[in-house]
Design a protein around this ligand. Structure first.
Ligand SMILES: NC(=O)c1ccc[n+]([C@@H]2O[C@H](COP(=O)([O-])OP(=O)(O)OC[C@H]3O[C@@H](n4cnc5c(N)ncnc54)[C@H](OP(=O)(O)O)[C@@H]3O)[C@@H](O)[C@H]2O)c1
Length: 324
């Protein structure tokens, strides 16, 4: 079978498309023929050796996928050959076949296409976990999202609206902000052009901002934290800007606010039952047309380098997907 392999750390151009032996489904596993792989910003970090996980070489990038079950191993219940599924594997999905624990697979309806389905697990899963389990977001609260047009950013706008929040989308260009508006943002801030602290002070009013969702870090983090309300919650999701901010802890003291970490992948291993019920909501809202699962571009597996370059160059709006 064809597989994209990372044989040493480097840029996307260092990845190779190779022929390797097909896997078999072990006990409790299913063999899945991959139809689409959704890429994430962290794939660019994983292949560069800059991510918290360092799989042994050679490995394939690609954390989330959609496909068709081709076979099942002993003791693997819940899925059967022919089922259309989505799944999460952390890495390893940029190939034609994967063997994966059936615990990590969820069946999808016939009318949901593979390309949109592939990108539902990481971005929407992380964000619903963050907003529901970590922030306890309530209807009527204000929700600021940084990097609002990216994968997790778009998910935050859409899920924030479903949860009844007033969503303030922040991004670096007017095109990205127009995209955020089209997907439901109530207010927009161009943080490349305008002063983020000043804009959030105005939009938060006397009370301030209830929840900040931050997948970007860098220079935007501190002004966003300073904009929080009394008992506000700051969600640490990622550092796409590259720099991990150093925050003066007195800011948390002054407003009795919380800085809350979001480690979705680790949570799915600790709470598989809760993750499944969260994904049931995501699939239901996608079927109802309330989540767009927007795909910006689809590339063939052989063009993974060009696909990852879109994410690395800060150009993605919604998801970038590989067709397998
Ligand atoms: N904690 C978790 O469980 C978890 C789960 C999934 C993802 N993540 C993390 O969340 C972050 C975002 O992931 P994503 O898939 O949403 O990424 P994405 O689609 O690439 O979006 C990231 C956004 O960050 C902003 N950004 C600012 N500086 C950037 C730079 N130098 N390069 C690229 N983007 C930059 C961009 O928006 P502007 O141009 O508007 O600033 C971009 O839209 C990543 O760090 C990822 O590792 C964490």
């Amino acid at each position: 079978m064809k597989a994209v392999l990372c044989t040493h750390y480097g840029p996307p151009e260092a990845l190779k498309l190779a022929d390797i032996d097909a896997p078999r489904a072990g006990p409790g596993e299913a063999l899945v023929r991959i139809k689409a792989v959704a890429l994430n910003f962290f794939d660019t970090l994983l292949i560069a050796g800059k991510y918290q996980h360092k799989p042994p070489f050679p490995f394939s990038p690609g954390a989330e996928f959609a496909g068709i079950v081709e076979g099942v191993g002993s003791g693997a219940a819940d899925v059967s050959p022919g089922d259309r599924v989505i799944g999460y594997s952390g890495w390893g999905a940029a190939r034609e076949l994967v063997s994966v624990s059936v615990q990590r697979l969820i069946k999808i309806p016939d009318r949901l296409d593979f390309e949109r389905a592939a990108g539902l697990t990481v971005t929407y899963g992380t964000t619903l976990y963050a907003l529901r389990e970590r922030a306890g977001l309530k209807p009527g609260e204000s929700l600021v999202v940084l990097g609002a047009s990216g994968g997790t950013g778009l998910a935050t706008i859409e899920l924030g609206k479903i949860m009844g929040a007033r969503v303030i989308a922040c991004a670096s260009s007017d095109d990205k902000l127009a995209f955020a508006r089209e997907h439901g943002a109530d207010e927009i801030v161009n943080y490349d052009r305008d002063d983020l602290r000043g804009a959030l002070k105005k939009l938060g009013g006397e009370r301030g901002i209830d929840v900040v969702y931050d997948p970007v870090g860098g220079r935007y983090a501190e002004p966003a934290l300073r904009s929080l309300a009394w008992l506000g919650r700051y969600l640490v999701v990622g550092f796409a800007a590259g720099e991990i901010p150093r925050i003066p802890l007195n800011l948390a003291l002054l407003k009795s606010c919380d800085i809350r970490g979001v480690s979705w992948g680790a949570w799915t291993s600790r709470e598989p039952g809760k993750q499944r019920s969260l994904m049931a909501d995501i699939l239901k809202w996608t079927a109802e047309g309330r989540l767009s699962a927007h795909v910006q571009a689809v590339y063939p597996l052989s063009e993974i380098a060009a696909a990852l370059d879109v994410l690395a160059a800060r150009k993605a709006m919604g998801k970038i997907v590989l067709r397998v």
